[in-house]
Design a protein around this ligand. Structure first.
Ligand SMILES: *Cc1c(COP(=O)(O)O)cnc(C)c1O
Length: 383
């Protein structure tokens, strides 16, 4: 007990501490081959080939009817909420603990984000508080599956049904997560994904809009094409003002390769979470990403959260990681703590958890030595 970490992050016989990165995409010859092919040949008549292939592969993986590749998850959310008619005077409910990307489109549409607290054990939306926050102006509820952890979709979908309010799934962090046989992102009115370079699968930047709703799909397809209805026969004739959030064929080529490797990529993420769990199981007052019975956690972001009693804070974790040149990331701040929103200190879980939590490195190629070192740093702090 109480041992000191002595340079666990050193290569044998040197004083150097190589950086242990937080995230890093897994890029193989396959991604390079497809991207090269798209750059060399994917023009003219073939300029949408990889995009279509990527959308098909994604639909099949998720088990949904429709998918539209986008330039980002933020863009997919923006178009989806615009297609639902969300605008000035409307309210959208989401968790206070969140990345701003989920709230920004609500603001851009002129609507109001209503931040509710998270559950202590899932770090996701508290469904009871969601129901209490519903007003006649509520136009949507966004379920964000934080770090791969799943929201209580049964309860959220029941609330949505009861009040006639669509549930949107921001599944940017939840590829590979499964809720009672259904993949994250496939259960709501629509779902969105991100392929930013830090996510489990990447296209550099990129996103996906998915839905099983025919009419919503048509609307978003039109919006994503600068408002041009696909049945419109006149050239350069937009039927409404739309958006330009398209993915390029070259990005989609990388996405096609990642989808061929999707099982490998999500399995590896789960292995990394399990490896941390195994090494850190003994620590009192520590919890990591939960995986309730009947669910699979896609483990995008293995995360440690300590109880208040342990006295282990974000700052202590940051300092300990920095000393070993480990790139760790802080738990999301409550959005209601940011200067552009009103403070909601009543969201006590959201306002507390980020002070004692940290995302730990989880890139696919992380080595045993690196996993051991990160774990040892945490253990040293906690014992
Ligand atoms: C990464 C992320 C986004 C944003 O994705 P972009 O592709 O960068 O727009 C949105 N929501 C959540 C929950 C995310 O983690």
């Amino acid at each position: 007990m109480g041992w000191k970490v002595r340079n666990c992050n050193t290569e044998l016989g040197t004083q150097m501490k190589p950086r242990i990165p937080h995230t890093k995409p897994s890029i193989t010859e396959l991604e390079i081959r497809y991207a090269t092919d798209a750059a060399a040949n994917g023009w003219g008549e073939k300029c949408y080939e990889y995009i279509q292939r990527f959308e098909e592969a994604f639909k099949e993986h998720l088990g949904v009817e429709y998918a539209i590749a986008t330039s980002s998850c933020t863009g997919a959310l923006h178009m989806g909420m615009s297609a639902l008619g969300i605008g000035p005077g409307d309210e959208v409910i989401l968790a206070d603990t969140n990345w701003i990307a989920t709230a920004a489109p609500v603001v851009h549409l002129g609507a109001k984000s209503v931040f509710v607290d998270i559950l202590e054990n899932t770090w996701c939306l508290d469904p009871d508080l969601v129901e209490q926050a519903i007003t006649p102006r509520t136009k949507a509820i966004i379920a964000v599956h934080l770090y791969g952890n799943l929201c209580d979709m049964d309860q959220l979908l029941a609330i949505g049904e009861k009040h006639g309010i669509p549930i949107i799934e921001d599944a940017a962090e939840a590829i590979g997560s499964v809720y009672h046989g259904k993949r994250a992102g496939s259960m709501g009115r629509f779902g969105t994904f991100s392929f930013h370079g830090t996510k489990t699968i990447t296209t550099g930047e990129g996103g996906m809009f998915v839905t099983n709703d025919d009419a919503l799909y048509e609307k978003v397809l039109t919006l994503s094409n600068h408002g041009r209805d696909r049945r419109q026969t006149k050239q350069f004739w937009p039927d409404m003002v739309g958006f330009k959030y398209k993915m390029s064929n070259i990005q989609a080529a990388i996405g096609c390769a990642q989808m061929e490797r999707i099982d490998e990529l999500t399995t590896r993420k789960r292995e990394i979470l399990a490896a941390y769990r195994e090494r850190l199981a003994v620590l009192p007052g520590l919890s990591m990403n939960p995986e309730p019975v009947g669910t699979i956690n896609g483990a995008w972001m293995p995360t440690v959260v300590f109880t208040l009693e342990t006295g282990i804070t974000r700052e202590k974790l940051q300092d300990a990681f920095a000393a070993e040149n480990i790139d760790a990331r802080v738990f999301f701040w409550p959005l209601s703590a940011l200067p552009m929103f009103d403070e909601i200190r009543n969201n006590t879980n959201a306002w507390s958890i980020h002070q004692r939590g940290m995302n730990v490195p989880s890139y696919h190629e992380i080595t045993e030595r690196e996993l051991n070192c990160v774990s040892e740093v945490i253990k040293t702090l906690a014992t």
